[in-house]
Design a protein around this ligand. Structure first.
Ligand code: DQA
Length: 156
């Protein structure tokens, strides 16, 4: 079996502004620093990561359209799009890849409008409120999902 170890980590709207956003919710790391941390976690777990960030919803959607050619699994922090972008939800459904949703902040303990995630039901797990370490947990969940046989391989 060819190794399935390619993980795309997608950061959505305003995540490029980490370091300038409320450190009480998002910590002090910049996106570059966060991505370096995620790369270290991934190397420790034997996974290969690639990163994508955009502030444009259509670009996020188009990345998801290509995702199955680029990666074996996804980790997504779509930022505020999480809470209302049905277009991103539909594109994630098209990608058909094992996916984990991550939020740096504890969205469950914040404003009511952050309680809805339109992607949650398509993800094998949601990790929120654990800061950068949440990405390690997400990578672990992705690795578990990649180690279980893909759906089309399983016996009927
Ligand atoms: C976020 C939480 C979202 O509610 C918010 O809009 C973000 C970041 C997080 O990582 O905690 O931009 O996804």
């Amino acid at each position: 079996m060819t190794s399935r170890d390619r993980v795309a980590v997608l950061h959505g709207v305003n995540l490029d502004q980490l370091g300038r956003r409320d450190p009480g919710h998002y910590g002090a790391l910049t996106l570059d620093q966060l991505e370096r941390r995620i790369s270290e976690f991934a190397a420790g777990l034997g996974l290969r990561v690639q990163f994508f960030q955009t502030n444009h919803e259509g670009e996020f959607v188009e990345y998801l359209h290509r995702a199955s050619e680029l990666a074996d699994a996804l980790i997504l922090n779509p930022g505020a799009w999480t809470h209302y972008s049905w277009a991103i939800r539909d594109a994630l459904e098209i990608a058909k890849l094992p996916s984990v949703e991550v939020h740096l902040s504890d969205v469950h303990a914040r404003e009511e409008w952050r309680q809805l995630s339109v992607i949650r039901e398509l993800c094998v797990a949601t990790v929120a409120g654990k800061g950068p370490d949440g990405y390690r947990e997400a990578l672990e969940r992705v690795r578990e999902a990649l180690q279980s046989p893909p759906r089309e391989d399983s016996a009927a």
